[in-house]
Ligand binder design. Structure first.
Ligand code: AMP
Ligand code: TRP
Length: 326
């Protein structure tokens, strides 16, 4: 059955996606593709806001799309495409640039963080990133956007841009809603007060293609504390328990929680349970990944871009009419 509600989401091709991406967003992409018309994009224009070698960008784009297919994105029911293959995204972003106040952009915490960590390359694209993200979503008139918690501020800005456009040019855009999973923010294994991210370095995250022995090693080295605490669980231990929970290990989770409360829990047991759960989850994903060829991915992406462009170009014609372009 053709779904009537549209869902859009994007992921940057910055390498192999990690467990935070999966539990916070990508798992939801797969689950929601049957109840929405799902449109999913590998957002390479967003990726070049941080300097990246052309060869690596190419590789990462294929890897990211292949991971999405391995996770279960089904190109027969959903649309999977690469952002730069649908030029309407950047065209609409320009129109939005002329609507969005600079002061709103200056509030964006992702921009402020990245401007600090990439001091030598604070480019206009990095600043303008949220206008392009708004264009990604609104171009398809998406009602729903599954993302992790870190993207909520960008979603709010997207809603503001939709309102501003509608006020100035007449009602056209729907204000999209964010869809958040319970795992909205998975923390780093080494710095459990920061979100899991590749920028922090290898030991901080589990890549979806990490081999079982690597997973065991990384989890074994995860930061914990001196032992079960009376009042509040430390962030590192909480993150490990959260992982068990999100990886749907209900019984183990409850048993280990009980031991924790009794002050008897050995963190090595918790860590073994977590790495077992991760490896169990990653195994079928990795098997699927190894069975998809680069050529098959390219073909799927080409068809996906054609499907996306059909919607995008139709909407952009309407938008340009409203703005007053002849
Ligand atoms: P990115 O790799 O930044 O393009 O992110 C892709 C998706 O994963 C976005 O929806 C993010 O919000 C989500 N995400 C990234 N890191 C995490 C994390 N540590 N926990 C939960 N979700 C995350
Ligand atoms: N900004 C998102 C991130 O960093 C990626 C993204 C780009 C996106 N365009 C989007 C997410 C549109 C959802 C919808 O993760």
């Amino acid at each position: 059955m053709k779904q009537t509600k549209t869902l859009f989401s994007g992921i940057k091709p910055t390498g192999i996606p990690h467990l935070g991406n999966y539990l916070g967003a990508l798992k939801n992409w797969v689950e929601l593709q049957t109840s929405y018309q799902g449109i999913y994009s590998v957002v390479d224009y967003h990726a070049i806001t941080i300097a990246i070698e052309p060869k690596i960008l190419k590789q990462n784009t294929i890897i990211t799309a292949k991971i999405l297919l391995a996770l279960g994105i089904n190109p027969d029911i959903a649309t999977l495409f690469v952002q730069s293959q649908v030029p309407e995204h950047t065209e609409l972003a320009w129109i939005f640039n002329c609507l969005v106040p600079v002061a709103e952009m200056e509030r964006m915490t992702q921009y402020k963080d990245k401007a600090k960590t990439h001091k030598q390359n604070v480019n206009m694209g990095l600043f303008d990133y949220p206008a392009l993200m708004a264009a990604d979503i609104l171009l398809y008139q998406a009602q729903a956007v599954p993302v992790g918690e870190d993207q909520l501020q960008h979603l709010e800005l997207t809603r503001l841009i939709a309102r501003k456009f509608n006020q100035r040019y007449g009602q056209f855009f729907i204000e999209p809603q964010a869809l958040i999973t319970p795992a909205k923010k998975i923390m780093s294994l080494q710095n459990p007060d920061k979100k899991m991210s590749k920028e922090l370095g290898e030991a901080n995250y589990i890549s979806l293609l990490d081999e079982p022995n690597i997973v065991i090693k990384k989890v074994a080295r995860a930061v914990t504390d001196m032992g079960p605490q009376e009042n509040k669980m430390s962030p590192g231990v909480k993150n490990l328990f959260d992982l068990l929970d999100y990886l749907e290990q209900k019984e183990t989770y409850q048993n280990l929680q009980k031991e924790y409360k009794q002050g008897k829990l050995k963190y090595s047991d918790l860590k073994t349970a977590v790495s077992d759960a991760i490896n169990q989850t990653l195994k079928p994903i990795q098997n699927n990944y190894n069975n998809i060829s680069d050529q098959a991915v390219k073909t799927i992406l080409k068809i996906g871009a054609e499907k996306a462009r059909e919607i995008a170009s139709k909407n952009l014609i309407e938008i340009k009419k409203l703005v007053g372009f002849i």
